[in-house]
Design a protein around this ligand. Structure first.
Ligand SMILES: Nc1ncnc2c1ncn2[C@@H]1O[C@H](COP(=O)(O)OP(=O)(O)OP(=O)(O)O)[C@@H](O)[C@H]1O
Ligand SMILES: [Mg+2]
Length: 368
């Protein structure tokens, strides 16, 4: 990780290339004068479930298509298993893609859809039949062999699209928002099935979503993208607990952001020096501190120990399992939300002035 430039988080790791199944080296992509991916390095571990997460238009599909070979990079190299495959067509890459809209052949039966790639490889009839049945069993669709895609629900079609991809035993399975068209319940169920499939198959999955919750629950690592740049590449817990940039802090869950002057040990908010745990990685100067609502503590009286930021209560929102208490720092006017359990909210009923603090290690500091 590069502490002085938080937007460059993906310097390629050292070590033999064989440790990484897919390596993107200084990949760039422009469409005409539109530079969609400025310069990107990414190394994907063998067997991992890596998610590309980012808002619409940030370049997730473009990146996936460059791994698949449907799109040529403007500059840079794509390596698969140590081999440069930048100029190889999609069908010679041992990579399969599952798209959002299933892309099944409408005139072919389920069986023939799944068999399609295997036939093209020239396998024998018996072998194909065996593999197709195995693939359909993995997605629990073995009784649907003779149906046409239009006779299936969205979730069933997506299972067939998955079976069609996995029967080819690709080294990498690319999944571009494969669950986006499904309703919430089916989506949750398919998330679990995808995870199970990943474990059973041992294939490397590169999964695209713009749904942060989906990314957090499914992935070994998440690459958070913003405008063609990977701003953070970490395991879900680290991305959630320690966002490296303001963009990541805002994009993943809810976060309070406080800006101020950092002196190497404290972030100054009005007259209060707020202690910071990770002092070493951010140089003194303007900085952001991120703290999640569930980690902020609210006190009626100034706590005896540690720092305390005086605040006013400005409102509250009921969220079922908790209340969100809205506060404003008295000195600086910064807005801070605090999550409070329903049974604890009564204690704040008649007060308007409070003090806020948090366990120092729960806050994350980033350069402004
Ligand atoms: N073939 C193309 N020609 C020109 N511009 C393109 C092309 N494909 C993508 N773009 C542009 O590249 C940018 C990134 O697009 P991309 O499809 O990779 O985004 P995305 O992150 O997958 O978004 P979404 O979440 O909406 O699917 C967008 O600004 C898009 O308009
Ligand atoms: Mg896309």
């Amino acid at each position: 990780m590069n502490a002085t430039n938080p937007t460059v988080s993906t310097v390629l790791p050292p070590g033999p290339p064989a440790d990484y199944l897919v390596r993107l080296e200084r990949i760039e992509k422009s469409f005409g004068s539109n530079r969609v991916i400025p310069s990107l390095d990414l190394a994907i571990h063998r067997g991992e479930f890596l998610t590309l997460l980012g808002p619409s238009g940030c370049g997730k599909t473009t990146l996936l298509r460059m791994i698949a070979g449907f799109e040529a990079p403007t500059a840079g190299r794509v390596l698969l298993d140590g081999e440069d495959i930048t100029d190889r067509p999609p069908y010679r890459r041992n990579v399969n893609t599952v798209f959002q809209n299933y892309a099944l052949f409408p005139h072919l039966s389920v069986f023939d859809n799944v068999a399609f790639g295997l036939k093209q490889k020239g396998l024998g009839k018996t072998e194909i039949a065996g593999l197709v049945r195995q693939g359909l069993a993995m997605v629990r669709m073995e009784t649907f062999e003779t149906r046409k895609p239009k006779e299936l629900s969205g979730g069933q079609q997506q299972r067939i699209a998955l079976a069609r991809a996995i029967v080819n035993r690709p080294k990498v399975l690319l999944l571009d928002e494969p669950l986006a068209a499904l309703d919430l319940k089916l989506r949750k169920q398919m998330q679990q099935e995808l995870k199970n499939l990943h474990q059973q198959l041992g294939i490397t999955f590169v999964f695209v979503t713009h749904d942060q919750e989906e990314a957090l629950t499914m992935s070994d690592r998440i690459a958070v993208m913003n405008r063609g740049v990977i701003e953070q590449l970490d395991d879900p817990q680290t991305v959630y607990d320690h966002p490296r940039t303001r963009f990541v802090a805002d994009f993943i869950g809810e976060n309070n952001t406080l800006s101020g002057d950092f002196d190497g040990r404290h972030l100054r908010k009005g007259s209060v020096p707020v202690p910071v745990a990770e002092a070493a990685v951010v140089p003194p100067g303007k900085a952001f501190l991120f703290i999640r609502p569930e980690h902020v503590l609210i006190h009626r009286q100034r706590p005896a120990d540690g720092f305390a930021l005086p605040a006013r209560l400005t409102g509250r929102t009921f969220l079922g399992h908790q209340w969100k208490i809205h506060c404003e720092l008295t000195e600086t006017g910064d807005k801070v939300d605090v999550s409070v359990r329903p049974d604890a909210v009564g204690a704040l009923e008649d007060c308007s002035e409070v003090f806020l603090n948090w366990p120092v290690e729960k806050a994350t500091l980033a350069e402004e």
